[in-house]
Ligand binder design. Structure first.
Ligand code: G16
Length: 540
């Protein structure tokens, strides 16, 4: 093994002058400087699996919403969760080890400090999105896995949530908590059947146009459709657009969830008419946002906040109607990007608890696990619902007291099956939204009418070193550079219902600025002011 590790690291030397960090969603940067990182991640994945006595660990090669020239890699824990935080730190240190000797020494150090038996089995599943650099990076990863003596399964192209699903299925196979069959067919069958069951003959109103960001979600959605009730059977009428994976350079370009959310407009390629229901996935299909043009041709966004409120209200209704209201509490988890109006709606109208966490699925997921039913969504469309084990048992054991309660209980159980609890999944979330709209007999207009969003603006500011921007209070306040937060506060005071914050992105080399206010002009003005404060502070 020693010789093999040295050989693998020699084959993929680290470029000079690079500093890698396991960020919001793993390592993510220009694909051309990632070879050495992938090989080292192979070693880390093998160690992580060995530390868990040979449980399957996932490795996904993707840069999700980033441009086609970027790529990235993230590790997945046995139940499909994001990598544990102390292993993120180990991964960062390993990625920055330059020479074969340094890598080998650190490999042994991890084994020693984490009490890992290096003869224990190591099992790793890998998949990738459709980026052109994916095949080369897979080769670098496999060199690391082989050198560490790991057994690995390569699933080829998958969406990120499909990889999370495979990991959870493999680790629960044949057990009481078996999650499903660890194949692509198993994934489609599970979610297709749950959707059909939960719909209970309800008819969706109108069709759905799905923009797949020219990413892996396109072919996977086309496959999933084969497992859903057909249009003739009263199923969904789905039109797939931007599913060109033959041209990887078109990935996320003028399309996809991030484009729509950031620019607050549909992809230019969309031919949707007024009131047509549309949604956009991102490059690896782990987020989704809905939108439409209203009768006066105004663009209307139904983002992650809207999905959270829609789903939380639906689950609340089901729990009540099934006779479980006094036994199950629902909570909502958001980030600072949540629109102030959405937070108010959840607290005052739905009367549910809201928690705010820093950006990053791992933080939201963790916070959501504290509730019986935790609905978590980032405004950018990343999210899912998690049910605690005791809640799942309570739901299963429930004895409905009437026919009405039984009907709601049936739908609740099928809805639990439809939700990918391992991680936010654009395809499963999309089916969930369609399910709720069909049950409520709502069009996008009724959904939009639940509350009025405060006008908001999201900007990206390029600075010389984004790492000097440090935050506190779930990223809502800057503690560094000194003085900037006080200036932001002053600008916020000048507008009605103003709120703004700045934070360094964990996936792109930029600082993100968010602002909201009572009117579009005030929100835009505030965002521009704060962006120039950031630009100025970042130029130092
Ligand atoms: C990733 C993370 C998300 C985060 C997004 C943007 O999403 O998984 O939790 O919201 O990056 O993060 P940041 O603002 O730090 O760049 P994705 O879809 O790109 O994997």
């Amino acid at each position: 093994m020693v010789g093999l590790i040295v050989q693998a690291v020699e084959k993929h030397p680290a470029p000079e002058g690079m500093a890698y960090t396991y960020g919001t969603a793993g390592f993510r940067t220009k694909a051309e400087v990632l070879d050495s990182v992938l090989t080292r991640v192979g070693l880390i994945a093998a160690l992580r699996s060995r530390s868990l006595k040979g449980k399957w660990i996932g490795v996904m090669i993707t840069a999700s919403h980033n441009p086609p020239s970027d790529n990235g890699v993230k590790l997945v824990e046995p139940m499909g969760n994001m990598l544990q935080e102390d292993w993120e730190k180990l991964s960062t240190t390993m990625a920055n080890k330059a020479t074969p000797d340094d890598v080998l020494e650190y490999y042994r150090e991890i084994a020693e400090t984490q009490h890992i038996n290096l003869d224990a089995p190591a099992r790793v599943v890998v998949a990738r999105d459709t980026r052109a650099s994916g095949a080369r990076l897979l080769g670098c990863l496999v060199d690391g896995l082989k050198a560490a003596g790991a057994e690995y399964k390569d699933y080829g192209f998958l969406t990120t949530p499909q990889l999370h699903y495979m990991v959870r299925c493999l680790n629960t196979e044949g057990q009481y908590d078996s999650y499903g069959t660890p194949t692509e067919k198993g994934y489609y069958e599970k979610f297709g059947a749950a959707f059909k069951h939960a719909m209970k003959g309800k008819k969706p109103s109108g069709g759905l146009i799905v923009d797949c960001a020219n990413g892996v979600g396109g072919p996977k959605l086309n496959e999933l459709i084969k497992y859903l009730p057909t249009k003739e059977e009263g199923g969904l009428d789905i039109t797939v657009i931007n599913d060109n994976v033959i041209k990887p350079e078109s990935l996320n370009v003028d399309c996809g969830a991030d484009y729509v959310k950031t620019n607050q407009r549909p992809p230019p390629s969309s031919k949707a008419g007024p009131n047509d229901r549309c949604c956009s996935l991102d490059g690896d299909a782990d987020r989704v946002v809905y939108y439409f043009k209203d009768s006066s041709n105004t663009f209307r966004l139904l983002d992650g906040d809207r999905i959270a409120t829609l789903v939380a209200s639906f689950l609340g209704d089901l729990v009540r109607q099934a006779g479980l209201a006094d036994k199950i509490t629902i909570g909502v988890v958001q980030t600072a990007y949540a629109n102030g109006a959405a937070t108010k709606y959840v607290e005052q109208h739905l009367k549910l608890n809201v928690e705010c966490t820093p950006t990053g699925v791992k933080y939201l997921h963790h916070a959501a696990e504290k509730f019986d039913v935790g609905v978590y969504f980032e405004a950018n469309g990343h999210g899912t619902v998690v049910f605690s084990d005791s809640t799942l048992r309570r739901i299963q054991k429930h004895v409905p007291g009437s026919l009405g309660q039984k009907e709601a209980w049936d739908v609740l159980r099928a809805t639990v099956e439809l939700i990918n609890q391992a991680v936010g999944d654009a395809l499963s979330d999309m089916l969930l939204v369609e399910l709720v709209l069909a049950h409520k007999h709502w069009t996008v207009n009724e959904w939009l009418a639940t509350y009025d969003d405060l006008p908001n603006r999201l900007l990206k500011v390029t600075v010389s070193d984004r790492n000097i921007f440090k935050t506190t209070d779930a990223e809502r306040r800057l503690v560094s550079p000194p003085g900037v937060q006080a200036n932001i506060d002053q600008e916020v005071q000048k507008v009605r219902q103003g709120r703004s914050f700045a934070r360094a992105s964990g996936t792109e080399d930029a600082v993100r600025v968010y602002a909201e206010a009572a009117t579009r002009a005030e929100a835009d003005g505030l965002a521009n002011k704060v962006a120039s404060l950031v630009k100025h502070a970042g130029a130092v």
